[in-house]
Design a protein around this ligand. Structure first.
Ligand code: ATP
Ligand code: MG
Length: 593
């Protein structure tokens, strides 16, 4: 059953959306002009931390809530913009006191605790480069990333240090200082194994002045080092500059409909790019109040937070939405979510079934949007005022030129304009948050660009209305009996079956078809794997997709291998199916085969 377009009509009394007229905005948008929304610093300098924090204080908005932190035990800590300015000033002074220079890398390995946010913005204030690591990484992934990034300072906890850093410390020759958050047992220096360069974060902060003149960084100076999710292979270190803040700011308004009156909750961990671009920077530059929850996913807790904190804009990911769907819509209706105005999703394709489910369960749909670590900010989105075609990623942001491209017979990359023709999704370089390199991998970076396009590595189609439809990663697309099959289409069809909670689809070598489609299915509670269920799902898929595209085989799994950011790792499903090497597993969440 195809999914009906969700028409947008603003409810009576609703505040005007920040992108009331998409076509007009696309026509009139100009990055140069948008820059007037930022302060900048004297002499043409630009610093993310100033735009996110200090300028609000200077404008008399220091008393406003910047961040409400909710601890695992539901303890709450509120931090105003003024307090955040002071804390980040202290941290910048701590770094200066340690002799950290402009452009040197400061890593964090922390859960979602206030110190993480202070370290991020304080590092930027000091003119150093911030690189967040996901706290669940073990020693090897930590070593690999800090090695590439040549981390000079690490902010972590004593427990993480002992478990994850001490075993690889001798392989981090550039690491000069470790700041331990939350009570370090420094008395044990020497005896207990904590080296003398481990310092107590809290004591260092206490001793530092809250005043720090924000570094007058040039817009093109490196600000952030983000590692990709590792879905397709070894993670790459994407370089972002201070200028990126312009894109964070504008896309926050346009794609997330975010403004100063909003209470915003981005559920992503700052260890991934979403958790920094939209979990720290965009809400603050836009003067919103943001919620940070230390705990991991828990449906009831999430609904409770949405209700109690009166969250108005919520940004999450398909993996979480699928878990909410698995639990069912009944529970949603037990909460008062009337404050929730806008819901968005990123990170993986959002199945049309999930959009339809949310429209039913919440009375408003999730808005899918697309971007990558490399793009630094949202590039294609469904907007508050634009009709949603479930299953589509939406349309390019004002100021972003996207295209569907392919290599022609002359060997050059050129745009394909026919509606719904499949090709590689490409973007015209030049937007502010575009990555400026993969650290230490200039050739790999250069390969991403050809004939005036940035090539994303994703395959997509564009319909006659200019909406983009995700097909799959170039690596995941299946070639079967002359058809190119995107795993997303097959997965979405299976997701429509009431027994299905999650699906990953791969191509398996086949002597006649080239590749045959195979699906790995996780069932919802109350449904058991059986031959009858397999037949039913195969029949359902064949009816929905036709025999050429429907899976030939279905296996049942208790769960699917995923990255720690929640993305299904199809390459791993495939490697295991075919008995091939599993490749880089540094971002694999522990899974059950
Ligand atoms: P790696 O590059 O290391 O293999 P990754 O590509 O998963 O990992 P990210 O930069 O975190 O790392 O993810 C970006 C990718 O996620 C996109 O290229 C795309 O494949 C996928 N993605 C993100 N948002 C969407 C979306 N809305 N629809 C479909 N795919 C999406
Ligand atoms: Mg990628």
């Amino acid at each position: 059953m195809p999914f009906a377009t969700i028409r947008k009509t603003a409810p009576a009394g609703a505040p005007p959306a920040r992108l009331p007229d998409y076509a007009a905005a696309c026509r009139d948008f100009d990055w140069q002009r948008a820059r007037a929304q930022l302060d900048g610093l004297p002499g043409g300098a630009l610093n993310i931390a100033h735009e996110a924090v200090d300028r609000h204080v200077a404008a008399g908005r220091g008393g406003k809530l910047a961040l409400r932190w909710i601890g695992k035990d539901e303890r709450v800590r509120d931090i105003s913009y003024a307090e955040l300015a002071a804390l980040t000033g202290r941290f910048a002074n701590v770094l200066a006191g340690l002799g950290v220079q402009r452009g040197e890398r400061v890593f964090s390995l922390l859960g979602r605790v206030p110190a993480l946010y202070v370290a991020a913005l304080g590092t930027l204030k000091a003119g150093a480069v911030f690189s967040p690591l996901f706290s669940a990484f073990g020693p090897e992934p930590v070593q690999a990333r800090m090695g590439i990034g040549e981390g000079r300072v690490l902010v972590t906890t004593e427990a993480f240090y002992r478990r994850k850093v001490a075993p690889i410390r001798d392989r981090l020759p550039r690491l000069a200082h470790v700041l331990l958050v939350g009570g370090a047992n420094l008395d044990a220096v020497g005896a207990g194994g904590l080296p003398a360069d481990c310092l107590d974060f809290d004591a260092a902060m206490q001793a530092a002045s809250p005043r720090f003149p924000t570094a007058a960084t040039a817009p093109e100076e490196m600000a952030l080092l983000h590692f990709t999710s590792g879905t397709t292979g070894k993670p790459k270190g994407a370089i972002h500059v201070h200028e990126a803040v312009l894109a964070h700011h504008v896309t926050g308004q346009y794609a997330l409909d975010l403004g100063p009156e909003d209470i915003f909750w981005c559920t992503a961990d700052p260890g991934w790019v979403t958790g920094t671009s939209y979990g720290i920077i965009a809400p603050l530059t836009n003067g919103a109040s943001m919620i940070v929850d230390e705990a991991e996913f828990d449906a009831e807790r999430w609904y409770r937070i949405l209700e109690r904190e009166r969250v108005s804009v919520w940004y999450t990911a398909p993996t979480a939405i699928r878990m909410l769907m698995k639990i069912g819509a009944g529970i949603v209706r037990g909460f008062d979510l009337s404050r929730l105005r806008f819901m968005a999703s990123v990170g993986e394709p959002l199945n049309p079934e999930a959009v339809a489910w949310s429209a039913d369960a919440f009375g408003k749909p999730f808005h899918d949007n697309w971007w990558q670590t490399e793009t630094g900010g949202i590039m294609i989105a469904n907007y508050a005022t634009m009709d949603i075609k479930p299953g589509s990623m939406g349309r390019p942001l004002p100021g972003i030129e996207a295209g569907i491209v392919a290599r022609g017979v002359d060997g050059r990359i050129a745009e394909i304009t026919a509606p719904m023709a499949m090709g590689e999704l490409a973007l015209r370089p030049g937007w502010p948050s575009m990555f400026r390199g993969y650290l230490n991998e200039p050739e790999r970076y250069a390969k991403c660009f050809a004939d005036g396009w940035y090539l994303t590595g994703d395959l997509a189609m564009r319909d006659g209305d200019g909406y983009y439809w995700f097909v799959g990663r170039a690596d995941d697309v299946i070639k079967s009996a002359g058809h190119l099959i995107g795993p997303f289409e097959v997965e979405s069809a299976l997701m429509e079956h009431k027994a299905v909670a999650e699906v990953g689809v791969i191509g398996k070598p086949d002597p006649t078809a080239g590749e045959a489609v195979k699906a790995f299915v996780v069932l919802k509670a109350g449904h058991e794997p059986s031959e009858a269920m397999r037949k039913e799902l195969l029949g359902h898929a064949r009816q929905r997709l036709g025999p050429a595209i429907a899976p030939r085989e279905i296996d049942f799994r208790a769960n699917l291998p995923k990255t720690r950011s929640g993305k299904i790792m199809r390459r791993l499903l495939k490697a295991r199916e075919l008995g091939l090497p599993e490749g880089d597993l540094s971002t694999l969440e522990s899974d059950e085969r």
